[in-house]
Design a protein around this ligand. Structure first.
Ligand SMILES: C[S@@+](CC[C@H](N)C(=O)[O-])C[C@H]1O[C@@H](n2cnc3c(N)ncnc32)[C@H](O)[C@@H]1O
Length: 416
């Protein structure tokens, strides 16, 4: 078996000077954890989210004047709300209010965003009164006559008691939801935030970024802050199966959603055909060809694809679909990055949170490969910030061989 890491080493050398540990950044700030105590952000626990502080940190650092921000993988909307709701925090004392646009495939994320927007419009006094009524009458509520319409993943997933409570919830609001409502009511009372709300504008587009991004106008955004799915086999449709059921989705919907996810699970099939169709339909076939040629020309990418193919042939991967997932993950990201470069204004920034991965012992430098795509589309790599892990050995983290620690990073690209 021929294993070489020459192309990856070459790419590492090219960008090495731009990789640095940032002591301001840590796992807590980058993950949803830092939102847990923050009014408005704690209502819906979107485990894959990043924190509002992180968004503010980067906006203040790279684009202190207001404009229009995009998050093409918006999740529960952390970027969107952080941008339109200026709040004084650790890092900044003067945060202007932005307009924001998000794209999100999972109906759960869109629902969380819309619920929060709706909360800003409701009559707060009536909301508090209704909550009192719910609290009193739910305790006596025993009706379980409407039953959950399970999908394959949720069938038999709960104990009898949980199932009964879920059914009770279906027939009325559950206990958990009333506690959550109390918290929301507390936040809306204005104890913790500026009553005037936001004065920016928030738009959320439901669907896949692969289809939505090509429809956005050239040079229409000042800043993009996002965290795409990682190339790590994480299946959002599985994690949020119960929520999807509660939102009325059936097995066929969930299957379709899984296929539309950016290729981050071993079940994802090729989307080339669909991509070609999208670009043909909008009369931009030459853009499709250009993105494909950039992908093919990336030596480190081809090295990774061929090594994973070899490892697979020797049964060295624990799932035979890993090479397909990796190949397609990068191809789809290549399309997204091309579009991000096109819709960004000159001197605008992209800030992307993503982790490197390893399969069959081979490190896949997601940060370097995506940055090389970005560079081909006119986005200059400004920095790859590595999260401080507290382990204190940055050179080990930055190592480009063997079993070095995988980089968890945030990249900054600037449109030139
Ligand atoms: C890491 S999460 C982003 C979380 C977000 N930063 C937040 O704070 O809530 C990645 C998101 O990408 C979404 N996603 C996956 N494939 C997508 C696609 N093709 N188009 C748009 N969104 C997609 C997932 O549903 C998930 O919500």
């Amino acid at each position: 078996m021929m294993i070489t890491d020459e192309a990856r080493k070459k790419l590492f050398k090219k960008y090495e000077k731009l990789i640095a540990v940032n002591p301001d950044l840590n796992r807590r700030l980058v993950s949803f954890q830092a939102n847990k105590q923050v009014p408005l952000y704690r209502w819906f626990k979107y485990k894959e989210g990043f924190s509002s502080k992180l968004v503010r940190y980067f906006m203040t650092k790279y684009h202190p004047t207001a404009g229009h921000i995009l998050d093409p993988f918006a999740g529960a909307g952390t970027t969107l709300f952080s941008a339109i709701n200026p709040e004084k925090d650790l890092f900044s004392t003067d945060c202007p209010s932005w307009s924001s646009t998000g794209i999100e495939l999972m109906p759960v994320g869109k629902f969380a965003i819309e619920a929060r927007l709706a909360a800003e419009r409701i009559d707060r006094k009536r909301f508090h009164q209704q909550m009192e009524v719910f609290g009193r009458s739910f305790d006596e509520f025993r009706d379980t006559s409407s039953r959950i319409k399970h999908i394959a993943i949720t069938q038999n997933a709960f104990t009898g008691k949980t199932e009964e409570n879920l059914n009770r919830y279906l027939n009325y609001f559950g206990e958990a939801i009333s506690a959550k409502l109390r918290q929301i009511a507390g936040d809306l009372r204005g104890d913790n935030r500026n009553e005037s709300g936001h004065d920016g504008k928030l738009t959320v587009i439901s669907g896949s970024s692969l289809e939505a991004l090509p429809k956005l106008a050239d040079g229409s955004f000042d800043f993009i802050m996002t965290s795409p799915p990682y190339c790590n086999r994480y299946d959002y449709t599985r994690t949020y199966a119960l929520e999807l059921v509660f939102l009325g989705h059936d097995d066929a919907d969930v299957k379709r959603l899984r296929q539309e996810l950016l290729s981050c699970t071993v079940e994802n099939k090729e989307k080339d055909h669909k991509l070609k169709e999208i670009y043909n339909k909008i009369g931009r076939r030459s853009d499709y060809d250009h993105v494909m040629s950039v992908y093919m020309a990336c030596e480190a990418m081809q090295e990774v694809n061929s090594i994973l193919g070899e490892l697979n042939a020797h049964k060295k991967l624990n799932n035979s679909n890993i090479p397909r997932m990796v190949r397609n993950y990068f191809l789809e990201m290549c399309f997204c990055i091309f579009e991000m470069a096109r819709i960004l204004k000159n001197n605008g920034f992209v800030v992307m949170v993503n982790d490197n991965v390893r399969y069959g012992g081979e490190e896949i430098p997601v940060d370097l490969i995506l940055s090389s795509f970005a560079e081909s589309f006119g986005l200059r790599l400004k920095k790859i910030w590595i999260l401080a892990t507290g382990k204190g050995n940055s050179s080990q983290q930055m190592g480009n061989h063997g079993k070095s620690e995988l980089r968890k990073c945030i990249y900054v690209w600037e449109k030139i």
